[in-house]
Design a protein around this ligand. Structure first.
Ligand SMILES: NC(=O)c1ccc[n+]([C@@H]2O[C@H](COP(=O)([O-])OP(=O)(O)OC[C@H]3O[C@@H](n4cnc5c(N)ncnc54)[C@H](O)[C@@H]3O)[C@@H](O)[C@H]2O)c1
Length: 264
């Protein structure tokens, strides 16, 4: 018995990173899964590796027409979509003064309008199917401020708002909508912004100082932790959860250690 037996899922941005880990885990747990990415070759390679439970689809999450085509293809191949993971996103790093309106708008289209269009595209089918689960991948940057991510953080805060509104509107149809806020994702997303020669494996797990046990772990393992929380929310085990944020950050946003004070 798989935890997602009988589910039909779309995972966006599944050509690599967190989306690919989620798609693999979903298939192992019995779901049929559309591996959706704007990079068709990447979607195909992940789907090929998964096998017949996977369907590779080219999807630009910022395009309404693209969503319509993909939801139709998935329904024809596997049946009505009952799980949607809005995971695809882009990062732009720059200070408030360096970031242009064009940089900002590019991220809003993918990270904010993308999930909104995804929810619109699957809602009617989920209602007809008797319910479903939508998981929006936000970030710890949607929970707290950090230098250099004004456009990205804005979209991730917005996604938590979209999550709540959609949960309120769709709950009566048995459609649950939750957000996941990870600290860690694929190193590929942040690599272009790291100084030359810096190995993400050496810095990222160390960014989680509360849970000391995180320090020796690889990025891929931390990404698996994110995928497992997405799996829980996609499954019927989360039947009572909607409109909520699930923080996956090793405690990083829960508070801070004050050196020298008792308990440090
Ligand atoms: N990387 C991190 O450090 C980190 C941290 C916290 C949260 N997150 C979040 O986790 C999620 C997954 O990111 P990741 O770390 O795997 O990054 P990633 O860059 O490895 O993966 C993102 C995927 O989305 C795809 N994509 C980009 N634009 C698209 C579009 N318009 N339509 C469809 N697909 C598109 C890319 O091709 C890529 O395969 C994102 O929502 C990201 O914001 C990442």
């Amino acid at each position: 018995m798989g935890r997602l037996d009988g589910k039909v899922a779309i995972v966006t941005g599944a050509g690599r990173g967190t989306g690919a880990a989620t798609a693999r885990l979903f298939a192992r747990e019995g779901a049929r899964v559309a591996v959706a990415d704007i990079r068709e070759d990447a979607a195909e390679s992940v789907a090929r590796e998964i096998g017949e439970a996977a369907l590779p689809v080219a999807l630009d999450v910022g395009s309404e027409a693209s969503w319509e085509a993909v939801v139709g293809r998935v329904r024809d191949a596997f049946g009505p979509v009952t799980v949607l993971v809005n995971n695809a996103a882009r990062l732009h790093m720059g200070s408030v003064e360096e970031t242009t309106a064009a940089d900002f708008e590019r991220l809003v289209r993918v990270n904010q309008i993308g999930p909104f269009l995804g929810i619109r595209a699957v809602a009617a089918g989920m209602r007809e199917a008797g319910g479903g689960s939508i998981v929006n991948v936000s970030s710890v940057d949607g929970l707290a401020g950090k230098n250099g991510v004004v456009a990205y953080a804005s979209t991730k805060w917005a996604l938590r708002g979209i999550t709540r509104v959609a949960a309120v509107e769709l709950g009566r149809d048995g459609i649950r909508v939750n957000a996941v806020c990870p600290e860690v994702g694929s190193a590929d997303m942040i690599r272009p912004y790291l100084p030359e020669g810096v190995d993400p494996e050496r810095i990222i797990p160390r960014m989680q100082p509360i849970l000391g046990t995180q320090r020796g772990r690889r990025i891929a393992e931390l990404v698996e932790d994110v995928a497992r929380v997405i799996l829980f929310l996609a499954s019927d085990e989360a039947a009572s959860c909607t409109g909520a944020d699930f923080v996956v950050d090793g405690g990083n946003t829960c508070g801070r250690i004050i050196p020298g004070a008792p308990g440090a």
